[in-house]
Design a protein around this ligand. Structure first.
Ligand code: ADP
Length: 151
């Protein structure tokens, strides 16, 4: 049976930190579906979802095992529909851990076949966050060092 993982997130925008987690995830999973959720808490996106889908596709065009999809439902349900038994997530610090811990417990409760797998960020990408990139971009700063594609 194929090992399929979802890598769910807002990806507003997708960063080099996210890319690193996906590429490292390839040693664990046969397929990784980068899943852009319409997060109810963050209704207003900064980068359009279609733009992000295109940029992520471009980033991984040479990796047949990596795909990208959007979804607007429970992550646990979306995983079930895609036969994904794993959720891949990245951890930068204890703040991420606190958040991820409760989300993982919830997802397991909603879909007991679903196992969350966490990769610790590579030090080079630990300080990269989507929110900082949005801030820099808003004030016309150069964000090219933080993203794996050209905007
Ligand atoms: P969400 O809105 O669900 O937090 P994000 O798009 O911000 O989604 O992040 C998706 C996943 O990537 C999360 O598990 C997050 O902790 C992880 N992540 C974000 N930035 C980095 C980074 N620089 N290094 C490693 N993991 C990261």
């Amino acid at each position: 049976m194929k090992r399929i993982a979802l890598f769910p997130g807002s990806f507003d925008p997708f960063t080099k930190g996210h890319e690193d987690i996906v590429l490292r995830g390839l040693s664990l999973f046969d397929e990784i579906i980068i899943s852009i959720g319409y997060n109810s808490g963050k209704t207003q996106r900064y980068f359009a979802i279609d733009l992000m889908v295109d940029k992520i596709k471009e980033t991984f065009k040479n990796h047949p095992g990596i795909s990208v999809q959007t979804y607007a439902e429970l992550t646990a349900e979306f995983a079930r529909k895609n036969n994904a038994r794993f959720l891949l997530r990245g951890l930068r610090n204890t703040t991420d851990f606190e958040y991820e811990n409760s989300i993982a417990q919830l997802n397991r409760q909603l879909n007991e076949e679903l196992e969350s797998v966490f990769l610790i960020t590579s030090p080079a990408f630990a300080s990269i966050s989507s929110s900082i990139i949005r801030e820099v971009h808003k004030y016309n700063g150069d964000v090219s060092a933080f993203i794996p594609y050209k905007l």
